[in-house]
Ligand binder design. Sequence first.
Ligand SMILES: Cc1cc2nc3c(=O)[nH]c(=O)nc-3n(C[C@H](O)[C@H](O)[C@H](O)COP(=O)(O)OP(=O)(O)OC[C@H]3O[C@@H](n4cnc5c(N)ncnc54)[C@H](O)[C@@H]3O)c2cc1C
Ligand SMILES: NC(=O)c1ccc[n+]([C@@H]2O[C@H](COP(=O)([O-])OP(=O)(O)OC[C@H]3O[C@@H](n4cnc5c(N)ncnc54)[C@H](OP(=O)(O)O)[C@@H]3O)[C@@H](O)[C@H]2O)c1
Length: 525
Amino acid sequence: MEKKVAIVGTGISGLLACKYVLEIGLHPIVYEADGEIGGVWKQTIQSTKLQTNKESYQFSDFPWDSSIKEDCPSNQQVLHYVKSYAQHFSIIPYIKFNSKVIDIDYVGSQSNEDIKSWELWGGNGSPFSTKGTWNLTVQDTKNFTTEVQKADFVILCIGRYSGVPNIPEFSLKKGPQVFKGKVIHSMDYSALDNENAAELIKNKRVTIVGSGKSALDIAAECANVNGVTHPCTIIPRTIHWFIPDFKIGGINLGFLYYNRFAELSLHKPGESFLLSLLATLLSPLRMGISKLVETYLRWKLPPKKYGLIPNHSFLQDTTACRTGVLPDFFFDKVKNGSIVIKKSQSFRFYKDGLIINGESKPHETDLVILATGYKGDEKLRSIFKSSIFQNYINGSLNSANSIPLYRQIIHPRIPQLAIIGYDESLSTVLTNELRCQWLAHLLNENIELPSVREMEKDIKMWEDNMKQNTKNFNKRSCIVTCGIWYNDQLCKDMKCNHLRKKNTFAELFEPYGPTDYNGLLHKCL
Ligand SMILES: Cc1cc2nc3c(=O)[nH]c(=O)nc-3n(C[C@H](O)[C@H](O)[C@H](O)COP(=O)(O)OP(=O)(O)OC[C@H]3O[C@@H](n4cnc5c(N)ncnc54)[C@H](O)[C@@H]3O)c2cc1C
Ligand SMILES: NC(=O)c1ccc[n+]([C@@H]2O[C@H](COP(=O)([O-])OP(=O)(O)OC[C@H]3O[C@@H](n4cnc5c(N)ncnc54)[C@H](OP(=O)(O)O)[C@@H]3O)[C@@H](O)[C@H]2O)c1
């Protein structure tokens, strides 16, 4: 009997998973809580566009339409592109819309103790087992009825940046309840249509908490709507290095960080003695490039004038996936006073606004937007019914944002299940497509997994490397600077040549992109 594969989510990860599961001859059921595909691209603020250029954010076998001239297409263009992909590969008929997976439960003939003692993934090292299946409780989001569906294998693609907002905690009487204005999360702001979003902020004193991409984008929108009459205030906890576009002085970031030469100067998990020596010898070059970029940004953006020089290096920000692209004319808005920046480690609410740490005068405001990110880990954890599996999802980087996954795909102690789309990278499409190709090989039993202990050792090695490279500055799961090295591991597992360029020069200096990894499922070049 054909194995039943369930996929949860139809953002980029879920669509990719479906495409590759179909390619190995299985017929998955894809559950989507919403009535539409596209994930995060369905609901963004008006100004959101790709931060990466379109060549890096594309499916390996589905180029952008030639009518798209922009380097960084708008949110609507990305959504259209994603929908065209789903149509082109006939993915839509496999999707059950308005079907929210409330929880998943592993049921089988083996006790928890048996499961804990497994030496191989799932007991037999195989993606499927006759001894256990997953029960998915699926809710029809239109009439709120639920039913239980069975699956032999589950692929969770529920996204990291949606669903569960990260809301700062306050001690008694210092939180939003004492404030007479309005407090929302950036997620709620993104959910508004453009007209209602503009109406909400119009003629209001808006304060935005956070210094990530959402915070800066929303601040720019507020400044566009209210100008200098009602300046928008940003309260960053940490200042990050933001860049004007995907290029540094005209050089594509890929040439600095996403080619093999750039990776030679970084220590990589499991590297040989020779590579380690080379990384040590080349580390001054790595620091030099980071300093050059910082000098360029100081010159180009004058962040110092506004107290916006980070306390850490550009390299640390990129290695930790914390850098982003500035909204258009951001510093002009700071200069003309329509955006005001008040750096603070903490703040609290009072009746008319916020008391910002270190400021003698209370900050009066009408609307506070918490652009404080998401709890993607919590969303993932809570989908498991078993508290044992929930605990497995807790990361070991002492962070809310790291999940211990082998190859960033499977948990060594959670059988018959894969997670796609949790870890960040320079191009999430490229990485998630490669992961889905790897997963298809695994489901086809073409990949031999090491033992549970070896997988755990490998995960720890990658985590230690991440800590070493970011100097503990950040703890969120991210593979940017070792991205090609990571892709190499997946290629080797699939028994594909990991060297994918035409010649040695290109291999060393050309940035890697999605099209380099086209067709790894059926033909390995
Ligand atoms: C505003 C924004 C802009 C971004 N811009 C870039 C960029 O420029 N470049 C880049 O590389 N990355 C960017 N990212 C990162 C982005 O998250 C990824 O690029 C990618 O789109 C994520 O896709 P995903 O499928 O993993 O998750 P999502 O897009 O979040 O999709 C998850 C899907 O799962 C569904 N779902 C969730 N829970 C359930 C459930 N229990 N049952 C059923 N369905 C469920 C959701 O409805 C959703 O459709 C951006 C993220 C955001 C939030
Ligand atoms: N393509 C686009 O245009 C676009 C647009 C929006 C978002 N995105 C992407 O979506 C993802 C999420 O971005 P995001 O900006 O929503 O979230 P984020 O990157 O997680 O940033 C959250 C911000 O909130 C701050 N914060 C968290 N808790 C806080 C607290 N208790 N007090 C004060 N500040 C707190 C963080 O501070 P610290 O820095 O100190 O941790 C950080 O600055 C990112 O990958 C981003 O690149 C892309």
